[in-house]
Design a protein around this ligand. Sequence first.
Ligand code: PEP
Ligand code: MG
Length: 590
Amino acid sequence: MGSDDVSTDAGEYRIRGIAVSRGIAVGPLQFQGRQFERPRTWPIEEWQVEADEARFRSALKETQRQIEALKEQLLKRGADHSEARIFDAHLLVLEDQVVFDEVLAGLRQDRMNVESVYYKVIRRYLDSLRAVKDPYLRERAIDIEDVANRVLINLRADEDTGSVRAEPHVLFAMDLTPSDTVGLDRSLLLGFATQLGSFTSHTAIMARALGIPGVVGLEIPPGLIRAGQDVILDGYNGLLIINPEEETGKEYESLSAQQAVLNQRLEQLREEPAQTADGKAIILSGNIEFGHEVDEVKRRGAKGVGLYRTEFFYFQKDRHPDEAQQTKAYGDVAAAVDPDGVIIRTLDVGADKFYSDGRHAEPNPFLGWRGIRVSLAEPVVFKRQLRACLRASTRGKVRIMYPMISGIEELRQANAFLKECQDELREEGSSFDEKIEVGCMIELPSAAVVADQLAPEVDFFSIGTNDLIQYTIAVDRVNERVADLYQPGHPAILRLLKMVVEAAHDHKIWVGVCGEMAGDPLFTPILIGLGVDELSVGPSQLLRVKHALRHLDSMECVKLVADLSRLHTVEEIMERCRTLAKARYGEFYQ
Ligand code: PEP
Ligand code: MG
């Protein structure tokens, strides 16, 4: 998109996207010049082929040097090795022998400059990857495009690469790749807005880890925006406001001021107990994806980690972390939150989460090979992880949790692997917590329905509402087109939640909720009223949920749930939730 695409400078225009990182940014818009564009093309003579081949080799080398530097930069910023592994994936793209050979063959055959040959080869790969619906492959395409773009830039080092001006700005890009995100000058970056991406894309994950406000999935009408335009980026509501009117600017100024005051108030709650106004205590813990996030969880006064998603470790199928690396990573988290404990969820790859060998694209990945199905089919990988969890349990309280359990057979098979690992470790003389607690996620409707059968075989349940909602209502959780049908307040969801909580309590085990529903204060009254024992939420939601809890009366929550069970429509249910939430902590909804 160039500066002469402008069709309007007049009037305020609001574009809705997906809020992936909280905060408000006000400033001029800048573009990240990283579209993968066809380079200039010219014929070359036979005697020039060698020189072009040499140029190509040195561009690859320079790109490799840059990627390694980016990786270093990320590690220096405190990221752990699993995050930095994104760049290992990028290095692999560079080392791809097939691409290399094709470029050299093309160079000799076509006798065109090497950048145009390279572009042609990569373009063909990208087109075929993008024709496949598998989200993993789409992510791969972004990685490949990112690396190839760097190679092209290094091939034409003397040309203008469209760098971003050195002033504070809101960055706009088609998409931000991990290397873009890490390479950004944070001191100038007020926020970022992208056209592509979802809550689970690499960009969003990295952005949250780096604490940059952001909105993704913005559908921008052609020619609407240009560099230098003033914008407001609302990372709370997922809005990009172009040419904001004075009135809007003032509204956002006061919203920012209010948020700052509210955040200060929330900070005071850090050490306060997570309990309702009438004294009903709840365990409030944090969700993490990367080990270092545990600092934020602690800083916000959570009781340990209620969900440690371990997929990010397994970024590449061929480079799994070994048992010792996993033992250390899990043990570090357990030690950091001791005595509160960490719930380590075993690998939940597939569907929206990366990892797949890329050779098995599935027409229906959410209903395909994911979660515990993968672990049960790959005992070596699964047992390595279980052994690491067990061994980490000597450094602090560790609980193990299985994802995507659909019924008792899978649970028993997983537990049988766990028992094998325990026997092996005993035989080897390695110590572990003999009383380690084991739980399963309830995130499939089938598991919710048979929760009473699962409960006697575990120590706890954790309800994964993200998947439970998508599978119950048949709404893809990452598809913006059906986002309005994704309804935590659906009567069917409330019934399932009730069944699960009752089944757990009938069998004297505790039950938590670790899906996003637990982090939304609108639903806190429902979860309290249902009798949930634990809420595990993203670090940025912790204090908000604690604040909500502390303003609710547990008996009014019980009454709310009873009233809701008689309602038939989502709208009626949500209206009741909104009314109660606004009455008790209206400051969140101003
Ligand atoms: C869930 O499904 O609610 C959950 C917590 O798991 P994930 O979001 O990792 O699928
Ligand atoms: Mg899930």
